[in-house]
Design a binder for this molecule. Structure first.
Ligand code: UFG
Length: 338
């Protein structure tokens, strides 16, 4: 079985490629290297012993995309990660986000129709729920107006998929990720943001490593037990495994609807201060952090009701918060060594 993984050299993509290979799938990667490095391909090979085929081009380029599918259309399923994901940047450059995130999806789905490729797993996000009215949030909760162009691309992409599966043979599963963190246990792959990190965990590890002077904690006046926002952090390897389960479900014709959505989280919410405490415990480092003002656009608290994914997919996140922070720290140390 051959799976195309777009964005397969990125953070979640690379971990998913490794899990697909371990499950016996042949993997083809397309990545334009806009937010990663080619060396990740070597790291994947080092972990699995198998070098996936790799094509470097931009999926938003219609001609390049159709040239690719002309040659590589004996594909059993697609996992589509390739997208821009920085919330702040999307506010500055909305057209760049719509062009890339929406354009690439349309190009891929047009080729799926043309070459009768039936299965696509889509990277969605809990951002579609905004601040939910009820916690934990389940898949039936209404989507809230997006707070950024990035968030809007996830909603629009879900809508495009929903409309397309209605009138074609394509089936899709959208996985709504909560907050992916951590790294592979080999420390060969992990989260490697280019430039200053936006997300909490890489900012913590870079601060501990001395690359950043101080972590700013964005607000401690929220209506939560310690005043800092709460998220459902999920280990990237657990998240990667959810993709393997989802793609198998489609290939084995086990889907119940042509478009299914699943929450992919642990079901546990942790505050920013709890994440810092976990990091300090596993690394034995006192983190230099300071409480500052709120960051615009942050929701107060969100964690997943994962019962639908647990029962229907037969998948469950297994790794603890300490395993997440420790693996992120081990990856950072490995990077510094090199
Ligand atoms: N945080 C800090 N300091 C930092 C970075 C983050 O205090 O330097 C806090 C944030 O305020 C938030 C928590 O850590 O409370 C988590 O922030 P992240 O940026 O790591 O994650 P978000 O929950 O903001 O982002 C996630 C996904 C995005 C998605 C967004 C939508 O990573 O892809 O949810 O809300 F768009």
């Amino acid at each position: 079985m051959k799976i195309l993984v777009t964005g397969g050299l990125g953070y979640i993509g690379s971990h998913t490629v490794v899990e697909l290979q371990a499950a016996g799938f042949e993997v083809v990667i397309v990545d334009n290297l806009s937010n990663t490095h080619i060396e990740v391909l070597d790291k994947i090979e080092k972990i699995s012993g198998i070098r996936p085929s790799f094509f470097e081009f931009d999926l938003a380029d219609r001609t390049a995309c159709s040239n690719f599918f002309k040659k590589e259309n004996n594909i059993d399923g697609i996992i589509h990660f390739a997208a821009y994901k920085a919330v702040g940047e999307s506010v500055e450059k909305p057209l760049m986000y719509y062009h890339n995130n929406i354009g690439s999806l349309i190009n891929i789905m047009e080729n799926m129709e043309q070459y009768a490729i039936q299965n696509i797993v889509f990277s969605s996000s809990c951002t579609v729920y905004g601040q939910p009215d009820k916690l934990p949030v389940d898949e039936k909760a209404p989507r809230k107006p997006a707070l950024s162009p990035y968030g809007n691309t996830k909603q629009i992409a879900e809508d495009i998929i929903r409309d397309t599966v209605y009138s074609s043979a394509i089936k899709s599963i959208a996985l709504r990720y909560f907050n992916p963190v951590g790294a592979h246990h080999t420390s060969l792959i992990g989260e490697l943001p280019l430039g200053i990190p936006n997300n909490l965990l890489p900012f913590i590890t870079q601060t501990a490593a001395g690359i950043r002077k101080q972590l700013n904690v964005f607000g401690d006046d929220y209506n939560t037990p310690d005043g800092t926002p709460i998220r459902d952090y999920i280990h990237v390897v657990d998240l990667a495994k959810a993709h393997v389960v989802a793609v198998k479900r489609m290939i084995d014709n086990k889907t119940k609807l042509n478009f299914e959505t699943f929450n992919i989280g642990t079901g546990n919410g942790y505050s920013v201060l709890e994440v810092i405490k976990s990091f300090e415990k596993v690394s034995k480092i006192k983190l230099n952090y300071k409480i500052v003002g709120r960051r615009e656009g942050d929701v107060e608290q969100v964690w997943a009701d994962t019962s639908f994914a647990n029962n229907e997919l037969g998948w469950k996140a297994e790794r603890s918060l300490d395993e997440m922070t420790l693996s992120a720290w081990n990856f950072q140390k490995q990077l510094d060594k090199n």
